[in-house]
Design a protein around this ligand. Structure first.
Ligand SMILES: [Zn+2]
Ligand SMILES: [Zn+2]
Length: 245
């Protein structure tokens, strides 16, 4: 089957995320946009994944993400097959996050909510900053916990591996490359042909509700499971990313 997935969405927990970006509203919008699988990937935090799981019930398939900012200010889209693993990664990461308070007037609030949009708490530590871990350390940690890692929005001129290093190291253990919504996968595969041995995917990176599902990738998978997704990234046994969809 062919499944549409938008696996990089920010919620109200991301200081730059819109205040209407509650997990419940995101699920509703994703269903309207006919997505089959979605993932939240807030900056350096898994705090709203429980609300996402509660809001989604069985209506849409979920993966569980965090967008981690490495010491070199590179964004890494990390995804897990279940909430507990993503939350454990979030807990682990928290101690690597410098103890700098959020400034809500400058960055916006960082809100943890439940599935009914009730505020549970405000996260006081600034999430939109680098963790004290290098890219390769993060990749190794996520793999050790059963997750996958993609370089976020490599075509963007900030917080991407190419903006920070100028290139993607050939020995990187990454599972794939994400292209921002500003470039089609077809254009990106030409522009970045030298990285063509990695799978290319795209996602909305939505910070506003209307942007949920505005970019997505179609995967050929047998079921909307995380193991099938991993096989699709690896192009194994007939699974894969559909570049012409
Ligand atoms: Zn990013
Ligand atoms: Zn993002």
């Amino acid at each position: 089957m062919y499944l549409k997935a938008d696996l990089h969405i920010h919620s109200v927990l991301s200081p730059c995320g819109g205040l209407d970006m509650s997990p419940a509203a995101i699920v509703k919008k994703a269903l309207e946009k006919k997505m089959d699988i979605i993932a939240l990937a807030d900056h350096n935090s898994a705090g709203n994944l429980k609300a996402l799981e509660d809001a989604a019930l069985e209506k849409i398939a979920l993966f569980f993400g965090l967008e981690i900012q490495s010491a070199s200010e590179t964004h890494l889209l990390t995804l897990f097959g279940n909430r507990e693993k993503a939350e454990a990664m979030g807990d682990f990461l928290y101690s690597y996050l410098p103890d700098i308070p959020n400034n809500p007037e400058y960055f916006g609030d960082q809100v943890v909510v439940d599935a009914e949009d009730r505020i549970i708490k405000m996260e006081d530590k600034l999430l939109l900053q680098s963790v004290e871990m290098e890219m390769e350390e993060i990749i190794e940690e996520v793999h050790g916990r059963g997750g996958v890692v993609l370089f976020s929005h490599i075509d963007r001129d900030s917080y991407s591996v190419i903006s920070q290093l100028g290139f993607i190291p050939s020995d990187s253990k990454i599972d794939g490359i994400e292209i921002s919504r500003h470039l089609s996968l077809e254009q990106a595969r030409k522009k970045y042909a030298r990285y063509g041995h990695w799978p290319f995917v795209t996602n909305s990176d939505a910070h506003l509700l209307e942007d949920v599902g505005c970019a997505f990738t179609t995967y050929k998978m047998q079921t909307p499971s995380f193991e099938e997704f991993r096989m699709a990234l690896q192009g194994r046994e007939g699974r894969g990313v559909c570049y012409d969809a």
